[in-house]
Design a binder for this molecule. Structure first.
Ligand code: C2E
Ligand code: CA
Ligand code: CA
Length: 703
């Protein structure tokens, strides 16, 4: 799930905005060039054709000038001056050799003959009354004449002085106010060749219709406006895309309670940090931090208050981190993940202690009083952390970028390390090591094989006899599971029962054992053997099922074993679960004729209270009573009182883990009913147990 989410997020991240921006810029440049190029061409074309109209006139003036240089035609000069009062004549070296009027011909000129290649003229600006502007646009058209802005303006109404301009006046300056039929004279100088190689330059007027200019301006404005609209629309699209992406990113990467990273944010940002080349030689620690009993806190206060605590804790964590190279995230209700740089365990511990200190101190300020009016009732949380190192990536003495990084695996390891602290609620920090890795692998393997093992009957029932301490008579047995695995060999229950208890498979194991024990007992009874009750362990998880008593009865009945041959062992710790449900199950089991025992009495928390409420048949004293360094007198005092207590409650007693004769003697004196321990017998396969049944009395040999 997380994986597919991550994939789709990466897809969104890859929605290349920069590509849209580059495309936009590219399209803009191309279309601006095309539109404005076309406009330039249009201008050029129209000016060019106007100029060309003047060509004949210039040519005829040049010919009059040439003719007027003959003596007989000297009077033609007057005609010429009358026709064109301003002209200049240049020799081949462009020296001024003749002329008339004011020479306001500029130096800048250009050919406009691209329409009529055969025509030999050059056009110059008129510097007094410039109406054309020379522009070079590179290879495209080296000499380009454009209408001056002033000319355009002159085609409109008279421009008022901006200071005096009243708001309504602007209207008059619009293109609408132009008299479109008006013809405007635009003075330019035109140069043409004379037959002797000299150049004749004459001031002439190009006539432009106001309507042409208006059309030109409107077309240019419209085209550029369209371009502008397209650009704005495109830009809006890009900006909206960026905003949408930011929002999606937030949805994917930001935790809504802490406003910091969520798991996905941690994955992506953590990967970025760890993959950076400059971080390749750094050792990192991935910390799984859990607030102990956070749920209880939320239940006592409110979910809202719990969220506030999470927000504050997250802020405090972030305050202790290096801004660019360290990271934290809120992963689930009570847990955070933190990535820090740390050389060794001491450094991690130091930073953890510092964080703990700030979290503890902050607790005082951030918790609301439990009850109004009791401002001193503050809550202080405990924190537990699991740590997994991410080693520097140094190959052949050189640091190499971490190419792949499985953050999820590192995190799992940190979680596994933390789980070893779960036996208490105290503050603590645990490091993931190879032993834990082995354990993890083992758990994986057991889980992979469990169902197949059950189906193939790889689980075997061993029996450990229980003897009376006085006559050494076989009076009971406990069924204990063994796993004869083709893959792992002979596996003792301590290696797999805790795994099954955690993953729930234990209920199938309990069924399996009850069925097999019932079947063995039935077979032995049918064979005419003198059977004794066999106790079967039923796990704590199983006792939560409301119809457990009926399930057991049905299983035993399906084989046909009389109920008095089956005893159910319930471990001491189970009595801390739903008491009423357990009492109910015990009563029903007893009503069906099964006896029920309390296993491991004295091993954990005192269950004296449970004894008061539960009508049990057998009390099994835990082997711990006989172990440890405590003073033997004290040990004996406790055991003897426990036995007395059981007797007063009409319970029989079984002493577990009895290994030597003195213990047996002592227990006999105290009135203990049964001994289960290596002194008499270790757990054994069914056929060996059959022999013990036949033997009935078993007196161990003296050393
Ligand atoms: P338990 O129910 O307390 O079983 C007694 C354990 O003490 C057995 O270990 C037994 O071999 C051991 N034991 C008995 N006498 C002595 C002794 O004199 N000295 C020493 N050192 N040990 C002794 P085992 O068979 O390894 O079982 C361990 C635990 O695994 C059991 O503790 C029980 O909690 C669990 N278990 C075993 N079989 C089953 C089963 O079929 N179902 C369930 N739910 N749990 C089982
Ligand atoms: Ca047991
Ligand atoms: Ca036990």
């Amino acid at each position: 799930m997380a994986n597919s989410k991550e994939k789709s997020f990466r897809k969104i991240k890859r929605s290349y905005t920069w590509l849209s921006v580059v495309t936009l810029v590219f399209v803009l440049i191309i279309s601006a060039a095309l539109i404005n190029g076309a406009l330039v061409f249009f201008t050029l074309y129209s000016v060019n054709s106007k100029v060309d109209n003047q060509y004949e006139y210039v040519k005829s003036m040049a010919s009059i000038y040439e003719k007027s240089s003959d003596r007989e035609n000297a009077s033609l000069r007057d005609v010429l001056i009358n026709e064109c009062p301003n002209f200049v004549v240049l020799d081949k070296n462009r020296n001024d050799i003749d002329g008339h009027g004011i020479n306001s011909c500029s130096d800048v000129g250009g050919h406009l003959g691209f329409l009529y290649a055969d025509r030999d003229y050059v056009v110059y600006e008129d510097t007094d009354d410039t109406i054309l502007e020379f522009k070079s646009i590179g290879w495209f058209q080296p000499d380009l004449w454009l209408l001056r802005d002033e000319v355009m303006d002159s085609l409109g109404a008279d421009k008022p002085d901006p200071d005096e301009m009243d708001p309504g006046f602007e209207e008059d300056n619009s293109l609408d106010s132009i008299d479109k039929s008006e013809i405007v004279d635009m003075p330019v100088w035109m140069e043409t060749g004379l037959s002797n190689g000299n150049r004749f330059i004459v001031k002439t007027n190009i006539q432009i219709r106001a309507l042409d200019v208006v059309v030109f301006v409107i077309v240019a404005a419209c085209l550029n406006m369209i371009l502008l609209i397209i650009t704005i629309a495109w830009l809006i699209r890009i900006i909206r895309g960026i905003i949408r992406r930011k929002k999606t990113e937030e949805l994917f990467l930001v935790d809504e309670v802490t406003r910091s990273n969520n798991w996905m944010g941690f994955l992506l940002n953590g990967e970025r940090i760890l993959k950076k080349g400059k971080n390749a030689d750094k050792r990192y620690a991935m910390i799984h931090l859990v607030i102990v009993k956070y749920r209880n806190y939320c239940m006592c206060h409110s979910l809202e208050e719990g969220r506030r605590i999470l927000f504050n804790i997250s802020s405090l964590i972030n305050r202790t981190l290096k801004p660019k190279s360290e990271l934290s995230a809120h992963v689930s209700s009570s847990s955070f993940v933190i990535l820090i740089e740390a050389e060794n365990g001491d450094e991690v511990k130091f930073r953890f202690d510092r964080l703990l200190e700030s979290l503890k101190n902050a607790d005082m300020q951030m918790n609301t009083p439990r009850q109004p009016g009791h401002s001193d009732t503050f809550h202080t949380f405990n924190f537990q952390a699991g740590v997994q190192y991410i080693e520097p990536n140094i190959i052949d003495g050189k640091k190499k970028k971490r190419k792949t990084i499985d953050i999820e695996q590192y995190y799992n390891n940190a979680v596994t390390a933390k789980s070893t602290l779960e036996v208490t609620d105290d503050d603590g920090i645990a490091f993931f090591d190879s032993k834990l890795m082995e354990d993890e692998r083992w758990v994986d393997m057991v889980e992979e094989h469990q169902q197949k093992a059950l189906d193939n009957e790889e689980f075997i029932v061993y029996y450990q006899p229980k003897y009376s301490p006085d006559k050494a008579e076989l009076i009971g047995a406990e069924a204990l599971i063994r796993w004869q695995s083709p893959d792992f060999g002979f596996v003792p229950p301590g290696r797999f029962i805790p795994v099954f208890e955690k993953n729930g498979f234990i209920t199938s194991i309990d069924h399996y054992m009850i069925c097999h024990v019932a079947a063995d007992q039935k077979r032995w009874l049918d064979a005419g053997m003198e059977c004794v009750p066999v106790s079967v362990n039923v796990s704590r998880a199983h006792f939560a099922e409301p119809d457990l008593a009926e399930q057991i009865r049905n299983m035993v009945d399906s084989v046909g074993t009389p109920h008095e041959y089956i005893e159910i062992e319930l471990t001491e710790s189970a009595f801390f679960d739903d008491k009423n449900a357990i009492i109910d199950t015990i009563e029903r089991l007893k009503s069906y004729g099964f006896s029920v025992s309390m296993d491991d009495f004295g091993s954990g928390y005192s269950s004296l209270n449970s004894l008061k409420d539960m009508n049990l048949d057998v009390l099994k004293l835990d082997a711990e009573f006989f172990r440890g360094n405590a003073d033997p007198d004290r040990k004996e005092a406790v055991v003897s009182e426990a036995i007395k207590l059981a007797k007063r409650l009409n319970m029989r007693t079984v002493a577990e883990g009895v290994e030597d004769k003195d213990e047996v003697e002592f227990l006999k004196k105290q009135g203990c009913d049964m001994i289960q321990g290596y002194y008499f017998a270790k757990p054994m396969p069914g056929d060996e147990y059959e022999e013990r049944m036949k033997e009935k009395y078993h007196m161990p040999e003296e050393d």
